[in-house]
Design a protein around this ligand. Structure first.
Ligand SMILES: [Fe+2]
Ligand SMILES: [Fe+2]
Length: 346
């Protein structure tokens, strides 16, 4: 389990590391310093003097960045009672007062998280394996480590297996129940793309290739700040530019990976291109956009529309399909027609 420790005193970091490592992986951050990015399974631990207004503002900023983290542990010295109320007002899920309480609380959270993961694994083992592979790839991409292509291959083959056994509908329902944010999106796009490839009776090799491209298509988002990625509502022009850099970032993260196929790299870089040249990052037109990319783009848009977001409900599959039908000139009409069965029936 990852413990993301945020403090206003550099001196507290070695003490926390000594207390928690190697049982937990500790990532530390000084308040007011840089971006905060952790996955939804980490625990945020805040140890700061909440009597200072500037500290409170900095903590609020970190909490905004980490909306998806469910466990927020605040460390408060036992003699400063009113800081406890302040911690809860800021969104603490628990307040701890001593080293003993920290260790005890973390152990409790760990047990609860494991129970939740085994619930998911029991309900849908393919999702559990797929999600674990996504978590590993995103963590690597975020921390500048090399991405393991076998994670993408494992996630893809589990998703192919899940959809072949239970159908796309069951897959979409389970993913939306158990995951959120970028993970949910990648799991959905991969499911939709695999369903599409199966509908078109692709060879198993081609199903796998499209599935891997879908699995990796938004890996560049691992480097986009969560404040932009999860922002409710419209992005401003600067944020929009940053967001639009994700296909190139993804391409660069994967380019030198041994065993990566040129088709997959093409999919990662070009899944936001449109046939009429209005897409990004390269403004490609129809003759330069491969079949795999065309399929991936349709799957990506459809999946994004049927996703639940904290600030908007999921669109029905019918409404999402109608939007694709209205994108004439941007998407290949014959493929959108072929997608009908995937969108509405599968
Ligand atoms: Fe994308
Ligand atoms: Fe996407």
């Amino acid at each position: 389990m990852l413990v993301h420790f945020v403090t206003d005193e550099p001196g507290k970091i070695p003490a926390i590391r000594a207390m928690l490592e190697p049982r937990y992986h500790v990532a530390s951050q000084l308040l007011g310093d840089g971006e905060t990015q952790i996955g939804p399974n980490g625990v945020l631990m805040v140890d700061a003097d909440l009597r200072e207004a500037v500290r409170v503002e900095q903590v609020k900023h970190v909490l905004r960045e980490l909306r998806s983290v469910t466990e927020k542990l605040f460390v408060v010295q036992s003699h400063i009672h009113h800081m406890v109320a302040q911690a809860y007002a800021l969104g603490a899920t628990s307040v701890v007062r001593s080293s003993r309480e920290i260790v005890f609380k973390l152990a409790e959270i760990e047990v609860a998280q494991k129970a939740r993961q085994s619930d998911i694994a029991f309900a849908s083992p393919e999702i559990a394996v797929g999600a674990a592979a996504f978590a590993s790839m995103f963590a690597a991409a975020r921390s500048g480590k090399s991405i393991n292509l076998s994670d993408a291959e494992n996630a893809t083959s589990e998703i192919v297996k899940g959809i072949a056994q239970n159908g796309l509908g069951a897959w979409l329902d389970s993913v939306r129940r158990y995951h959120e944010g970028t993970f949910q999106h990648c799991l959905l796009v991969t499911g939709v793309a695999v369903g599409f490839a199966l509908e078109l009776r692709f060879t198993s090799l081609d199903v796998k290739r499209l599935g891997i491209a879908a699995t990796l298509h938004d890996i560049g988002k691992a480097r986009i700040p969560l404040s932009i990625l999860d922002k409710p509502g419209r992005l401003d022009p600067v944020e929009d530019e940053i967001m639009k850099s994700h296909p190139v970032i993804g391409y660069e993260l994967l380019r030198d990976l041994a065993g990566i196929s040129p088709e997959v790299l093409d999919g990662v870089r070009h899944h936001h291109e449109y046939l009429d040249g209005s897409g990004y990052p390269d403004g490609l037109t129809a003759s330069k956009i491969s079949d795999l990319v065309r399929l991936l783009t349709i799957s990506d848009i459809f999946a994004a529309l049927i996703e639940q977001r904290p600030y908007r409900p999921a669109m029905s599959r019918e409404d999402a399909y109608n939007i694709l039908c209205g994108m004439d000139g941007k998407l290949e009409r014959s493929l959108v027609e072929a997608f009908r069965n995937v969108a509405l029936l599968a």
